[in-house]
Design a protein around this ligand. Sequence first.
Ligand SMILES: [Zn+2]
Length: 181
Amino acid sequence: MIAYVSQSAFWGLLISAVEVYKRECFGLLIGYRDRKGPDHRYIIEHAVPYQSAGRRHRTVVNNPRAHRRIERFLQSIPQMSVIGDFHSHTMWGYSRAASSLSDTDLQGMKAENVYLIVSVNDRLREVPWSYNDDGSLSGTTDDHHFRLTAYTVTAAREPRRLAILCPYALGFGARPLRAIL
Ligand SMILES: [Zn+2]
């Protein structure tokens, strides 16, 4: 299974996480599920931060009324629906941000949805954006190191990592090659 992240969603995730760093952000993933073919794909078109989320370090308080308002709004847009949510994990003192799910994260997860963890740490050195063996995507901006990890759960509530596909991110920060004459 694959979680495709559009350019818009990629920036939405990074900007939401940086805005409140080192507190945690929370938001909705908007797009659609593509069940054609053998590969089940989640197409994440937009990542919309919850402005009404109560933010504290390590805990983000969900807001069910705001969630319902957004779902009602999206019913008027046939191609788009809420297909999951995202939140950030940030560094705390000297301990680096985790990319794994906490017990609290697992509790609210539904098998038909996709969930993204945005792990944000202070940048130590520049790292080009690339995919990792566990399916996550990581890289740096000027000040931060990010790792995006996608999850779903099985019907038995076991977490499963999905491979992230974000062609846009791989080109981000790439320096143009010097012409060799
Ligand atoms: Zn979490």
